[in-house]
Write a protein that binds this ligand. Structure first.
Ligand code: SF4
Length: 176
């Protein structure tokens, strides 16, 4: 399936109850194929309104971190594990992750990224089956997956910004 058709399927998806309260599903955006893919947790309020990933405060922080890592937003494909906003931004439930994850897997297949940045515990758990970003971050797993902080965590604790930028830089040049 090509990316446009896949994203159309996501926009119309009703496979879990998160479809009941969403305004817009957020499939993700960026180049195809993509060298670097960034995977967050789930859309928030502003993403739900616009149907685009990381457009709120966490998104502005992500843009800043990308720029500091010499990356531009248009160079990376940005998405999340869950494509529809959980009510009140609660954590996605396990069955929601299980139901939505095939879309992320299909995106990875189509985009064929060299590096997939798993931002935060939900993405790390969903893809690698591991918990604990603080100890896992900054390392490449299975030759492809780089674990780092979620931008919202960096918003809450600006001391994490330096490591977050360093991880994004590693995604750009993993051998450095
Ligand atoms: S969260 Fe995923 S599985 Fe659930 S309705 Fe949205 S696109 Fe479908």
């Amino acid at each position: 399936m090509d990316l446009d058709r896949l994203h159309e399927k996501i926009r119309l998806c009703q496979l879990c109850d998160l479809s009941l309260n969403r305004i817009k599903a957020v499939p993700g955006e960026g180049p195809c194929p993509a060298e670097i893919m960034l995977v967050g947790e789930a859309p928030g309020r502003e993403e739900d309104l616009e149907g685009r990933p990381f457009v709120g405060r966490a998104g502005r922080l992500l843009d800043k971190a990308l720029a500091e890592a010499d990356l531009q937003r248009y160079e990376v494909f940005i998405t999340s594990v869950i494509k529809c906003r959980p009510p009140d931004n609660r954590r996605p439930k396990r069955h929601e992750i299980e139901t939505c994850r095939p879309y992320l897997e299909a995106q990875m297949k189509v985009l064929n990224p060299r590096v997939v940045c798993l931002m935060g515990n939900v993405a790390t758990q969903a893809v690698l089956g591991k918990q604990g970003v603080t100890s896992l971050r900054g390392q490449i797993w299975q030759d492809r997956f780089l674990v780092t902080y979620h931008p919202a965590a960096v918003l809450r604790n600006r001391n994490l910004m330096k490591d977050f930028v360093s991880d994004l830089r590693k995604a750009k040049m993993p051998k450095d």
